[in-house]
Design a binder for this molecule. Structure first.
Ligand code: PEP
Ligand code: MN
Length: 364
């Protein structure tokens, strides 16, 4: 049976923290997949963290724990970010690899990994079963596709024999989806398996099920999900990890949603409309935050809130920006009017000095 004959779920903790943690999660998730589902145990060994003071992963020793998971429970996967990681993964018999979002932003690093795969996973031992490439953190759909092609070229013989899978993982861009990226990928590489990673896409355990159902509705090939036996105590990404029992119900729902879905381009396009509207609200909220600071500055410097010249000049400029983009002038005037009104409201409010709290003992 080929890997992609079943739905693929890469599940496990963000980071391998200890042997006990890894084995206990693996044991709990090892029996929850249905016949048409394949669970692969995921755990990060080297963690690409923003701050040098955060937990950086346990390194090589954690590969021994993954080896034990593979021996006792299920296939295993980890993230590789350089050639040395690939060398060690090959040495410890890790059969599924993924390239993380930060590495995927750098084609030189991806090429180094591709070369290391050729060097350390020799073509004829068939140890390597799949390589997954996450979308880069920046919204660059072409770079994502280019990275996938880099890996595909490296393992072209194995792809031709169908003995290895190269796939993509959509993990959103900074805790929000970028649906146009998997949409474009699906259109340009229709046979490429695509998984959704709702854990990193949302950063919020409460939203993982809802986004998993979207993936099922879109007919994606599966999911990557962070699962922890004690999410609150997790050493990384504590807010987004779900428990093994939550995973169990999520997997059951996945299959039923998937089998009742028939995805059309309209589903993908509507998701992009939802995402765009969400981005518009975010942009307006950001604009109002700035307006608030402007209001405060004007108040402190005795400048009146309403500056008609300034409004007229930005209106002229916005009209010309909008014209370049094919947006009707009348719509621009209405939108700018609403934005300006909101801005003035926020600026007026930011100049109101909150009354001092009543002194104790004063009449209420
Ligand atoms: C991960 O999967 O643990 C991870 C670090 O994800 P990303 O590269 O998507 O941030
Ligand atoms: Mn994580």
């Amino acid at each position: 049976m080929r890997l992609t004959d079943r739905h693929i779920f890469m599940v496990g903790p963000c980071s391998a923290e200890s042997r006990e943690q890894v084995l206990s999660i693996a044991q709990e998730v090892s029996n929850i997949a249905a016949d048409d589902q394949l669970c692969i145990f995921r755990a990060g060994v080297w963690k690409p963290r923003t701050s040098p003071d955060s937990f950086q992963g346990m390194g090589e020793i954690a590969l021994e724990w993954l080896q034990e998971v593979k021996r006792k429970y299920m296939p295993v996967a980890t993230e590789v970010a350089n050639a040395e990681h690939v060398r060690l993964c090959a040495q410890y018999g890790i059969e599924h690899l993924w390239i993380g979002a930060r590495t995927s932003a750098n084609p030189i690093a991806v090429q180094e990994i591709a070369d290391a795969i050729r060097r350390y996973y020799t073509q004829n031992d068939n140890l390597l079963s799949s390589v997954w490439i996450k979308n880069p953190v920046n919204e660059d759909a072409d770079l994502w596709q280019g990275n996938i092609e880099r890996i595909q070229k490296t393992v072209a013989d194995r792809l031709a024999q169908e003995s290895l899978v190269v796939g993509a993982i959509h993990r959103g861009c900074g805790h929000r989806p970028c649906w146009h990226m998997p949409y474009l990928l699906r259109r340009s590489m229709p046979t490429l398996p695509i998984l959704l990673d709702p854990s990193h896409l949302t950063g919020d355990a409460q939203q993982v099920t809802a986004y998993s159902q979207i993936a099922a509705r879109l007919g994606l090939e599966g999911l990557m999900i962070e699962v922890h036996n004690n999410p609150k105590q997790a050493l990384s990404d504590a807010k987004q990890q779900i428990t093994p029992s939550q995973l169990s119900s999520l997997l059951k729902q996945y299959t039923s949603v998937f089998s009742n879905s028939s995805t059309t381009a309209l589903d993908w396009l509507r998701l992009q409309i939802d995402e765009t509207d969400d981005n518009i609200w975010r942009a307006i909220a950001h604009r109002l935050q700035i307006a608030k600071s402007i209001g405060k500055w004007k108040h402190e410097n005795d400048v009146p809130v309403l500056q008609t010249d300034r409004f007229n000049s930005i209106l002229r400029q916005r009209l010309s920006w909008a014209q370049d983009k094919g947006i009707e002038s009348e719509s621009v005037r209405i939108i700018m009017d609403v934005l300006h009104r909101e801005s003035r409201r926020v600026q007026d409010n930011s100049t109101i000095v909150s009354p001092a709290p009543p002194r104790s003992g004063s009449p209420s």
